[in-house]
Design a protein around this ligand. Structure first.
Ligand SMILES: Cc1cc2nc3c(=O)[nH]c(=O)nc-3n(C[C@H](O)[C@H](O)[C@H](O)COP(=O)(O)OP(=O)(O)OC[C@H]3O[C@@H](n4cnc5c(N)ncnc54)[C@H](O)[C@@H]3O)c2cc1C
Length: 279
């Protein structure tokens, strides 16, 4: 169990992993996540379940190397075994047949929105996907999203692929064209989810976001992942990760995300030193 059965590089520092975790795969639903521990002394990192297959017992995770543990994960190979894959965690997405669901995915948020958008499609809704990345090289899982989307728009910040601009520009265009949208689900960087919520707010379009707050135990006990939603404190791990985007206090979320930057930087430097000394 927990063996990496397949690893594929999708973009620089972004890898797709297929993990043998049959107990998690048998129970998980779209919108949920797992907590990984690479080895017994490793820290716990929350990662969204990007895909799952109950028959094989495999989970697909897409991980971007941004800090010490994700960098260490990047050194793992097919055949290596993770110490723990804990889950499924978090509440599942509320899926139903609606008229049109718009799935907005930014960067590494694209694989996270994938199972939710697909579940809406399977429930009988029309799905429009709006995908964005900094550039063409960083745009991942386009084909997977295209396979079930009725329509797809792509933006890149630098214009190297699709339309030049942000996902919010494509979303605004869609709204202005008069397309009737019943729900937007947006997953990506906090600033992207905040801006998407601001675009939909004046039109009163239901907007669901999935919060990437810092997490520790992921069981609702430690309080590290607390977020403010509708003026109340919620725990992203057990009350979320999905919340009403119009109610989320994104400024608090973004400021909490940077709380441990000096420590995270120190940890990356220590890890690099350890790697270069070969110990
Ligand atoms: C629910 C959730 C689950 C996550 N799960 C994982 C996971 O499984 N694995 C993992 O490694 N990390 C995960 N993360 C971490 C997080 O998504 C990444 O750290 C983050 O997306 C950085 O990606 P990027 O550098 O590609 O973003 P950027 O390149 O900075 O942005 C991507 C896109 O967002 C849009 N955007 C950026 N800024 C703005 C703006 N000001 N206004 C409007 N649009 C903007 C643009 O379209 C841009 O192309 C998760 C995050 C969330 C929210």
């Amino acid at each position: 169990m927990n063996e990496i059965v397949q690893k594929k590089e999708l973009a620089p520092d972004i890898d797709e992993y297929v993990i043998n975790a049959p107990l998690v795969a048998s129970k998980c639903l779209s919108g949920q996540f797992v907590v990984l521990r690479l080895h017994e002394e490793g820290e716990r990192i929350p990662i969204t379940i990007a895909d799952f297959d109950r028959d094989t017992g495999f989970l697909t995770l897409v991980i971007q190397e941004v800090g010490k543990t994700t960098m260490e994960m990047g050194t793992m190979k097919e055949g290596d075994v993770l110490s723990d894959v804990i889950g499924p965690l978090g509440r599942e997405s509320k899926i139903s047949k609606i008229g049109t669901m718009v799935a907005v995915g930014g960067g590494i948020g694209i694989p996270a929105v994938h199972p939710i958008a697909r579940a809406f499609k399977e429930a009988g809704s029309a799905v429009i996907s709006v995908l964005g990345a900094r550039n063409k090289e960083l745009l991942i899982w386009e084909e997977r999203m295209r396979s079930f989307s009725d329509k797809i728009s792509i933006t890149t910040d630098d214009g190297s692929y699709g339309k030049k601009g942000f996902v919010t520009d494509a979303l605004k265009e869609l709204i202005d064209s008069g397309t009737k949208i019943d729900q937007v689900t947006a997953i990506g960087p906090a600033i992207m989810m905040k801006m998407v919520s601001e675009v939909t707010r004046p039109k009163g379009i239901k907007t669901v976001v999935s919060l990437n707050s810092l997490m520790l135990d992921a069981t609702g006990m430690c309080g590290v992942c607390r977020v403010e939603v509708g003026g109340k404190t919620k725990f992203a791990c057990v009350d979320g990760p999905e919340f009403d985007g119009h109610e989320v206090n994104f400024d608090i979320l973004m400021s909490r995300l940077t709380m441990y930057l000096p420590e995270e930087k120190e940890s990356v430097e220590a890890y690099r030193k350890k790697l270069s000394s070969g110990k």
